[in-house]
Design a protein around this ligand. Structure first.
Ligand code: NAD
Length: 250
């Protein structure tokens, strides 16, 4: 067994940026044929195949998954990664904001899984990896809505793992800590002094640094590979020791 993806076909949602981009590139470097499904696939280069879709729109997801599977010639791996952030306490986000973020982060994963499962069942190496977050269990301040969506992703991962176990479809998730992606870059750029804000963010991490997108991609690719063939229904922390050591941002 190896982490070799020669002959395997993978679909990565939110694969045009950050963690999804790093994952799509690592899968391709390992020999997979890789399709990226994203709101904006214009920056997706060969050998990756780009497909435009909004995970909140069921018809667009079904069309993009069908087109990707046709181009790839099947599907072995789904990386459910598209997601957006939200800040604040329960008093800060109105109902429409709750519906919007839940729709992307939770129901979006359900839509892609629903479209992909008939194809994954045909594969001898079927795996789904959902991008969750330390926010699912850490009790982070000012992240009520975002944390609730990732708590749902964790529960969804376990339920899907149980439902599809005997169908040969493994389902796991990764829980990244704060990862150095364009998303975090945008938050830092909004600060008065982005460099000072970055230094402060890094110093708050128990490990003293952010997680890289490549490090999260490595964990995702492991869980998608035949190397983890007996692993399903797990959450792999990629957080510089935060969860394993019961540490919190300081
Ligand atoms: P990013 O903003 O760099 O990339 C997200 C990608 O998702 C973008 O290409 C965007 O176009 C796409 N996307 C957003 N909404 C979409 C939609 N409705 N339909 C299709 N595509 C859509 O973000 P990232 O930091 O790489 O985050 C990726 C995942 O990792 C998210 O699920 C996020 O919750 C999770 N995560 C990130 C961090 C972090 O610190 N960066 C930590 C833990 C978990």
């Amino acid at each position: 067994m190896s982490a070799d993806f020669e002959g395997l076909k993978a679909l990565v949602t939110g694969g045009a940026s950050g963690i999804g981009r790093a994952t799509a590139e690592l899968l391709a470097a390992r020999g997979a044929r890789v399709a990226v499904l994203d709101l904006d696939p214009s920056t997706v280069d060969k050998p990756l195949l780009g497909f435009r879709a909004d995970v909140t729109d069921d018809a667009s997801v079904r069309e993009a998954v069908a087109a990707a599977v046709a181009d790839l010639g099947g599907l072995d791996v789904l990386i459910n990664n598209a997601g957006i952030g939200a800040q604040g306490t329960v008093e800060d986000n109105a109902d429409d904001e709750w519906h919007r973020v839940l729709d992307v982060n939770v129901v979006g994963m359900v839509r892609t899984a629903r479209a992909a499962l008939p194809h994954l069942r045909e594969s001898a190496h079927a795996a789904i990896v959902n991008t969750c977050s330390i926010a699912a269990t850490a009790g982070l301040p000012q992240r009520a809505l975002y944390s609730a969506t990732k708590g749902a992703v964790l529960s969804l991962t376990l339920a899907m793992a149980a439902d599809h176990l005997r169908e040969g479809v493994r389902v796991n998730c990764v829980n990244p800590g704060t990862a150095d992606t364009p998303w975090v870059g945008r938050l830092l750029d909004a600060a008065a002094d982005p460099a000072a804000e970055r230094a402060a963010l890094e110093s708050r991490q128990p490990s003293g640094r952010l997680v890289s997108a490549d490090e999260v991609a490595g964990a995702i690719v492991y869980l998608a590979s035949p190397l983890s063939g007996a692993t399903t229904g797990t959450a792999l922390a990629v957080d510089g020791g935060m969860q394993g050591l019961r540490l919190r941002p300081v």
